[in-house]
Design a protein around this ligand. Structure first.
Ligand code: DGJ
Length: 733
């Protein structure tokens, strides 16, 4: 049983964690426990009541000054209730003041997982050990209801949360802030691990202590963003990959988000997470509901690797819907860094011919095939094939590529519009421009108003027309700017605060329609690389282009940060040319291959311009990737060193769930005149079995699992800058 309800106490159990809340004698829903699996003890005995002065007392407490929500751990704290800390809800229920006060109303439980209206959410089948708890709170005065949803995934140590607000009053309600989840911890000594960055440098890892005050992460860009990722970890001070308590919080949302962690006056920590409230307001009419996106929480008592495995397993089995999650992904070549906008069918077919000869599976045609699009100044929105530029129809090109034994994929940027486009000339009001003002441009382009149904219909019609015109099996869905002044001509002035969220609902609507119509499509998410690498997008696309930075060494850090929450099979990674186009660095071809194999593997260079030696290496890399494919896609992933802390080398490993097979990769990031021996310890093997170990396909020796995990393996001395090696261990039959 995942959910146990007794005496107004709700205890949620997963295999290794428990979560508890309680309705107290004032009707407040208080949070009492989240941590290592426990029994159903009422943990509210740990809450110390005292008159702390200057903390508000709710009406139910009358003169009981020791009762204040200002220090009470709560499930869903609300602004205006005498609690002055970061909160989940700010709403005006009609008085003109944000003064909601919530008390318990009712609850229900059921087998299976709740779904959310128009938003991504984790799912379960009837065979899964998953249960739902729905607790309803009500405003102390008005018929305003808050439904708190909890999905308990017992076998995954994951609990999801979402919120539905329901207006049963007879007037409109104004929301100005709605967070999806709150977690209260009764100590403050936590580190926050978060993932910050910028374009081409996404998901850098930083670990900082919480302090008395508020630690805040936010994307105000209308996308989950390159700058911050909607995934954070709270970890015990001494927690590392293998030990210590840690909690993860992942928001299933692709728009702007807000995360705050506050250490309060009584040294408790509170974390809240939800959609970006900086420019948010929402008019909730009488009788209507508002659904806030889902948060996926996980707890590990055994350090960060276990926490990541919880997320990887849960996302692979209960978030990613694509058929491709279980199928071998094609090794592709993408023409972006090979040709940029300068291509025609002849050039593409030369690349395809080589791809086919070298054992690749797919050609992806990137930006520039439509409208007038020879640079990034024009053409977006005109999704009509430029046959003059290609020299043939799309169908002819695709048929030829298919004839070589390759699949075909294509790039779109459906949410955008160029001012120099037929679409803009016909529908200037479809672009987000505040009337009477000059637009804020990004990459010289404007954003389509995806909140509008006519825009959504146009985008669908164009996507479907291109998809139906040829045998296209993959689509790269790109988005190349942040949203500035979010404006919709369809909404009244006072409702413009709804635009950013409605934009994301519009995006999800079109993605859903696309996948309903083409259920076999392999959709790759992208936003100028990894600007929208979030769990919301994974509901639609089983892989996401991780970064526009294809330098193997910088990718070590980017992919390291990405791996904390997201399964490596979602991380799209390509081998590109040297000097690298983003930073000019030169790395060995072999290293570029090993780094790209950390994720979903492919190439992004002109295969027809390679030396024979390089072609030979491509052949071998493709072979290796395909040979170990199941290990890479379905194995447990271990970060063996951190590229943030270890400047000599970075190592990572995949181990099959049964422990019988593993692949350990190492990239050297520094050279020394007189190097000290370096030893790396394997993880996830079977202690008592003997393994045959190969290094770069050559036998190294036979060792027990114990030896490899406790002793480790000696690394070779690097022979050149950014040298690398790949070990493979397999039990002897
Ligand atoms: C940004 C993407 O991340 C690149 O891979 C490429 O598709 C360009 N956009 C094309 O404009």
């Amino acid at each position: 049983m995942g959910i146990i309800v007794e005496n107004n106490i709700f205890t949620l159990h997963t295999n290794n964690s428990s979560y508890q809340m309680k309705v107290d004698d004032k009707g407040s829903l208080i949070h009492t426990y989240y941590g290592k699996r426990t029994d159903e003890t009422d943990y509210s005995y740990l809450i110390a009541l005292a008159d702390r002065g200057f903390s508000g007392n709710v009406p139910q407490a009358q003169d009981e000054r020791t009762y204040s929500l200002d220090f009470m751990p709560q499930e869903f704290p609300v602004w205006g209730s005498g609690d002055y800390r970061v909160n989940c809800l700010q709403t005006d229920l009609g008085s003109g003041v944000n003064d909601c006060l919530l008390v318990f109303d009712s609850y229900k439980t059921y087998t299976g997982k709740y779904a959310l209206q128009a938003l991504p959410a984790m799912f379960a089948s009837e065979h899964d050990k998953v249960e739902t708890l729905e607790i309803t709170l009500k405003d102390y005065h008005e018929a305003f209801y808050v439904h708190l949803l909890y999905g308990v995934f017992e076998d995954y140590d994951v609990i999801t949360r979402a919120v539905v607000l329901e207006n049963k009053t007879d007037q409109n309600i104004i929301l100005s802030r709605i967070m999806s989840a709150c977690l209260e911890l009764n100590t403050s000594d936590w580190d926050m691990i978060h993932f910050y960055g910028r374009h081409a440098e996404e998901r850098e890892t930083e670990r900082v202590p919480l302090f008395h005050g508020i630690t805040e992460l936010k994307s105000t860009r209308g996308t989950s963003s390159h700058q911050h990722n909607p995934f954070v970890i709270l970890a015990e001070k001494n927690a590392n990959e293998d030990m210590g308590e840690c909690y993860g919080f992942s928001l299933l949302y692709s728009g702007g988000f807000h995360m705050q962690a506050e250490v309060d006056q009584t040294c408790q920590a509170r974390l809240v997470m939800g959609i970006d409230d900086s420019d948010f307001s929402w008019e909730l009419p009488s009788g209507a509901c508002f659904t806030a996106p889902e948060v996926c929480m996980s707890y590990s008592a055994l350090g960060l690797s276990k926490l990541s495995h919880n997320y990887h397993n849960a996302f692979l089995n209960h978030l990613i819907r694509s058929k491709w999650k279980d199928k071998q992904r094609p090794v592709l070549v993408n023409n972006w860094e090979a040709t940029y906008f300068d291509f025609n069918a002849g050039k593409l077919l030369k690349i395809a011919e080589e791809a086919s000869a070298l054992g690749l599976d797919m050609l992806v045609l990137d930006d520039g095939w439509f409208g007038k699009r020879d640079s990034d100044y024009s053409g977006l929105g005109d999704w009509v094939v430029n046959e003059e530029k290609l020299g043939c129809s799309l169908k002819q090109l695709v048929d030829e590529v298919n004839g070589m034994g390759l699949m075909f994929g294509i790039w779109f940027e459906p949410e955008m519009i160029s001012e120099d486009s037929d679409l803009y000339r016909a529908h200037p009001d479809w672009a987000m421009i505040v009337p009477g003002r000059e637009p804020i441009r990004g990459r010289s382009q404007l954003v389509l108003d995806m909140t509008r149904e006519d825009v959504q219909e146009y985008v669908k019609e164009r996507l479907f027309a291109i998809m139906d015109s040829a045998n296209i099996q993959y689509m790269k869905w790109d988005m190349n700017r942040s949203i500035a002044a979010a404006y919709s001509a369809k909404l009244s002035g006072k409702r413009q605060g709804e635009v950013r969220h409605r934009y994301i609902l519009g995006l999800y609507h079109v993605l859903e329609a696309l996948l309903q119509r083409y259920p076999d499509l392999l959709l790759e998410g992208c936003s100028g690389g990894g600007g929208r690498f979030d769990a919301g997008m994974l509901y639609y696309s089983p892989q996401i282009w991780c970064s526009d930075n294809t330098d193997a060494v910088e990718r070590l850090r980017i992919q390291y940060g990405t791996s904390f929450a997201y399964p490596m099979s979602t991380v799209s990674a390509h081998v590109s040319v040297c000097p690298n186009h983003q930073n000019g660095r030169v790395t060995p071809f072999k290293t570029r291959g090993i780094c790209a194999m950390q994720g979903t593997f492919g190439y992004e260079l002109d295969l027809s311009k390679m030396t024979d030696e390089e072609k030979d290496m491509v052949r071998k890399q493709v072979q290796t990737f395909k040979q170990h494919y199941r290990l890479f896609q379905f194995g447990d992933y271990y970060r063996l060193t951190s590229p943030v802390d270890n400047h000599d080398y970075t190592a990572w490993e995949y181990a099959n769930k049964n422990g019988e097979e593993a692949c350990l990769s190492v990239v050297f990031t520094d050279l020394h005149g007189n190097p000290v021996p370096q030893i790396v310890k394997w993880k996830g093997l079977l202690a008592n079995r003997e393994y045959k170990v190969l290094r770069d396909m050559e036998p190294v020796g036979k060792y027990t699992g114990t030896a490899l995990m406790q002793g480790g393996i000696l690394l070779p001395i690097p022979k050149e800058n950014y040298d690398s090696c790949q070990f493979y261990a397999c039990v002897e039959e």
